[in-house]
Design a protein. Sequence first.
Length: 166
Amino acid sequence: MAYVDLNPIRAGIAATPETSDFTSVKERIEDRSSAGEVSTPDAQDVRIEHGEKAGWLAPIALDPPRRKVREKSTTRRASNKGCLSMTLDQYLKLLDWTGRQIRKDKVGAIPKDCAPILERLECSAETWVDFVKNFRKRFRNEAGLPQARQNFRTTRRASRSSVKAF
């Protein structure tokens, strides 16, 4: 996600994630910004997670903290299962930090308060920056921890073998 969300910035098309047209991060940020229009924390979280702009995207958090968000059904997205063990705000912080590090004239140093995010991802700061810089060299169809990539490949092979040719 971070690789794709940062593409317009790396290409010089946009200066920030919130100004990068046609990215999921911009849609998530717009829904997050509109959450201030509703009054209750539950309604704000539902607006962020199921909003007009990004409501079609898979959720960020594996387990949204609020029950109303977890239980809200939708037909706008292929899956209601989250994809990361962090909140949207934590992802935005990590994305912002990552976008600032990928510069030839600067060696990145992760802020101490971001360490828990990378620990949950089981990834060191050096590995994270290397993955982002060399994404296409390191990964083809999937990215993640070795076991997660193997599970993806196994599932993909199984689904291919179950499809019959006509």
